[in-house]
Design a binder for this molecule. Structure first.
Ligand code: DGT
Ligand code: CA
Ligand code: CA
Ligand code: ZN
Length: 576
């Protein structure tokens, strides 16, 4: 059991105890226990397994014992029993935007609402609106959120599946009878959300590899198992399919199952024009005199059709085939190209690691520089910094820089864009920073024109280096607010303001569908993890996938620049 799992269980215990009306002191102990488990700087699960937790502030004996049980047995009896008192579907409610523990408690306690289906019913028939604290407006919002969830049922964020996919891939690659293994489908294309994971293996002994697949430790249940394919569920109900093919078929199957369907259709049409019929097994000749091309990998397959190799991320039938035909495909950015990154939080606002810990983690990742950008004062829920604390942090960063070797820290902030487009800090304060990220964190419900104007006003400020998470979306959770993206891109281009590609798996914002347009208008991108912990820096890989999907090259991304050049790039707008 990972520390995240354990923290989630503590968090859920707190909520269930709240629903039962237990004393608030007890619920608070679990809630802060969850935070401690999440943010503890050592290997807390190992310590728990070895009964070495004594002395950690805020973890009483009861919680220590429970952690020990989870670390050694992988479950918690207390939680299992508590959970059994409630419907299984209760926790669905917490995914609905606008429903906090208090509202869930009221719905459950007074109306017996224990699932999203129940919730929908009481919202539609008017009973929910009659509860205290639930106006018509609240109910309308809840119904909108339910509709959004229904639309995205059984989709998963890239960051939810990525570590699991990697582990399973590595395990399969170690199988003695698997010669080549890949995850195809939307995952390989770098989509921000996926429905399932499509594994493909080249083997002479499909049955053996499939038998090993269904026994992987991640597998929760087996849906189907046949001689050449199998489907299983892993955690959270994520479905994984495996298909086994021969080595000769592998490149064809890889291309076919990578998709997208639209890309495949166009490629098949192209093959037909050349007298070749293409499917997941190979080429068949349909015209006399045509010779079957030799294909050992995907590159050969594209070459046979007169095309440069098309990277999986580009296979959406949005112009990549034409570009491949004319040698005009971009050379896409790679993770290794990143020299540093901006937009990271520390314990000064709502981050879990200190400035020094963040710096060390960035250095360990091989980065040359790290931008710090804690929240500003209006984000009080995130412990945003006021002027005084910000100035103190700038001084602290300058001091630490003098001491650090091989990593440069940039002093920045993530300054709130207020409702009217003014900023949370004065120009006088902002001018003391190395750079500033401007983001919207509240008042999401403005009409599109007003929201666009609000953000453009921030873009026009000479002290704003870059725009943070443009649309405010939380993938599968909260839709983007209304904003005119082409107008934002125009304004960013006109003012030399960089747009962030926020790499948090929840955001991946600005969306990949807009980057090519931005790039062509000369807008630069900054790939930013929005890290709230040292592990948060790992999100860079998701940003790279999305940047590639948006046709970005290393020269489009400022954090591919070496240190002295990135300094110039940050100062370009203000002449800093
Ligand atoms: P997803 O799973 O919805 O996130 O997206 P994909 O693209 O992974 O879709 P999936 O898993 O249904 O199928 C994987 C790939 O297999 C898909 O990208 C293209 C190929 N494929 C599946 N069904 C068809 C089909 O009916 N026609 C063609 N041409 N290709 C298909
Ligand atoms: Ca798929
Ligand atoms: Ca599939
Ligand atoms: Zn933010």
């Amino acid at each position: 059991m990972t520390r995240e799992d354990a923290a989630t269980i503590f968090e859920r215990i707190a909520t269930l105890l709240e629903l039962k009306g237990e004393n608030p002191f007890k619920t608070r102990a679990y809630r802060s226990g969850a935070e401690i488990v999440e943010s503890f700087s050592g290997d807390i699960m190992k310590l728990a397994a070895e009964n070495q937790l004594a002395g950690i502030k805020g973890l009483g004996e009861a919680l220590r014992d429970k952690l020990h049980e989870m670390a050694t047995t992988g479950r918690l009896e207390f939680y299992e029993k508590l959970k059994a008192e409630f419907p299984d579907t209760l926790f669905e409610l917490f995914d609905i935007q606008g429903l906090g523990p208090k509202k869930v408690a009221a719905l459950y306690g007074q109306l017996g609402v224990g699932s999203v289906a129940d919730l929908k019913r009481v919202c539609e028939d008017g009973t929910a609106a009659a509860l205290s604290g639930f106006g018509e407006k609240t109910v309308k919002k809840i119904l909108e959120s339910i509709a959004f969830h229904e639309q995205h049922a059984s989709e998963f964020r890239l960051d939810q599946v990525y570590p699991l996919a990697q582990t399973m891939l590595e395990a399969l690659r170690e199988h003695p009878n698997a010669s080549r293994v890949e995850v195809c489908g939307s995952f390989r294309r770098g989509k921000e959300t996926v429905h399932d994971l499509d594994f493909l293996v080249a083997t002479k002994k499909p049955e053996e590899v499939i038998a090993a697949f269904v026994k992987l430790p991640e597998v929760v249940d087996v849906i189907t198992q046949g001689p050449t394919k199998a489907s299983v569920h892993i955690k959270d109900g994520i479905q994984c399919d495996l298909r086994a093919v021969s080595s000769a078929e592998f490149p064809f199957a890889l291309a076919y199952f990578t998709g997208s369907k639209e890309h495949n259709v166009a490629i098949r049409g192209r093959a037909l024009q050349q007298g070749l019929s293409l499917n997941e097994y190979g080429f068949t000749i349909t015209k006399e005199g045509v010779e079957a091309p030799e294909v050992h990998d995907e590159r050969d397959l594209y070459r046979a059709l007169g095309l440069d190799f098309i990277e999986p991320e580009l296979r959406e039938n949005t112009g990549e085939i034409d570009a491949a035909e004319h040698g005009r495909l971009p050379r896409l950015i790679e993770l290794e190209n990143l020299r540093g990154t901006f937009h990271n939080h520390t314990t000064a606002s709502d981050g879990r690691a200190t400035l020094r810990q963040m710096a060390e983690a960035a250095h360990d990742l091989g980065l040359q520089y790290l931008g710090i950008s804690d929240h500003s004062k209006s984000s009080f829920q995130a412990n945003g910094l006021d002027e005084k604390r910000l100035l103190a942090q700038i001084a602290e960063i300058r001091e630490l820089n003098a001491e650090l070797d091989g990593l440069h820290l940039f002093a920045g902030c993530e300054v709130d864009i207020l409702k009217d487009g003014s900023l949370d800090f004065s120009d006088e304060i902002l001018s003391q920073l190395d750079y500033a990220v401007a983001s919207v964190h509240n008042v999401f419900n403005l009409p599109e024109a007003e929201m666009t104007k609000r953000i453009i006003r921030a873009i026009e400020n000479p002290h704003i280096t870059m725009l943070g998470h443009l649309t405010g979306r939380l993938l599968l959770q909260r839709p983007a607010y209304a904003v005119n993206i082409p107008a934002i891109i125009e304004a960013a281009a006109a003012n030399g303001t960089i747009i962030e590609l926020n790499c948090s798996g929840w955001r991946l914002d600005m969306d990949w569908r807009w980057w090519r347009m931005a790039r062509d208008k000369g807008v630069k991108c900054s790939i930013n993890p929005d890290a709230h912990s040292t592990e948060g820096l790992q999100a860079l890989i998701y940003g790279i996938k999305v940047a590639r999907k948006g046709w970005l090259r290393r020269e489009d991304v400022i954090n591919c620049l070496p240190l002295d050049e990135v300094k110039k790039a940050l100062g370009r707008k203000t002449g800093r």
